[in-house]
Design a protein around this ligand. Structure first.
Ligand code: DC
Length: 224
């Protein structure tokens, strides 16, 4: 049976960390949709295009190929951009790129194709509401802005990406606003999603809680 799990939520809520672990434990394919928007943003910046100019960014669609490798490597036109896409300059622009409908349709099409081939755990902003509305399990993972900023700061420092906590907190607030106020497929909790506030939970606690939800939902489906 092919299973799809959607994990949505605001920036830096720890979605990718837990989704990766759950994918490993359950043997599903992990799909980091944020990395795809980041890779597109990186490409626009490489080309010297203003990320706030929708027409110029959309015009680049035909020349962009994004691949997600199972080991977490992100390729944009076969260039390894895994590290670059986490840099603050990309984080600061990605919400503009993610607000452009044509770019979303281009990437959503690829996301749906990946989910049609494998059992997936996919994280993003619109997975449960738009990309995979029939996902077997939908989680909306949240945490306070302060908690999320500290988590993302620690993650960046561990990866050797220079940043300040203040810069990260401002970026998280700005992205929360843009991601939830765009017209097309904004960040929103699906009506049938389970909200999990992880502000005071460890990674393992979140992983275990989500696996419990998945097992319960799948059992309910089997018995239905
Ligand atoms: O999860 P992340 O921080 O890597 O995502 C980067 C940006 O991409 C985020 O600010 C919003 C956008 N995004 C989106 O709009 N839809 C998705 N499915 C995933 C990410």
């Amino acid at each position: 049976m092919k299973i799809s799990i959607a994990i949505d939520g605001p920036a830096a809520a720890g979605k990718s960390t837990v989704a990766k672990k759950i994918a490993e434990i359950l043997g599903y394919t992990y799909i980091d949709t944020g990395a795809m928007y980041r890779a597109f943003t990186w490409y626009c910046m490489e080309k010297g295009v203003d990320c706030q100019n929708e027409d110029e960014c959309v015009a680049l669609i035909p020349e962009v190929t994004i691949k997600l490798r199972p080991n977490g490597v992100v390729l944009c036109n076969d260039i390894d951009v895994t590290r670059e896409i986490r840099e603050p300059r990309v984080s600061g622009n990605v919400s503009y790129i993610a607000s452009y409908k044509d770019i979303r349709l281009f990437l959503v099409d690829q996301q749906r194709k990946m989910a049609s081939k494998h059992s997936v755990i996919m994280d993003g902003r619109d997975i449960g509401t738009y990309v995979l509305p029939d996902a077997d399990v939908k989680i909306f993972q949240i945490a306070s802005v302060e908690t999320r900023a500290v988590r993302r700061y620690d993650e960046n420092i561990a990866k050797g990406i220079p940043c300040t906590l203040e810069e990260i907190e401002n970026d998280v607030r700005k992205r929360d606003y843009i991601d939830s106020h765009r017209d097309f497929a904004p960040l929103k909790c699906a009506p049938d999603a389970i909200t999990l506030d992880t502000s005071f939970m460890t990674v393992d606690e979140v992983v275990n809680a989500i696996i419990e939800i998945i097992n319960k939902k799948l059992k309910e489906k089997e018995n239905a």
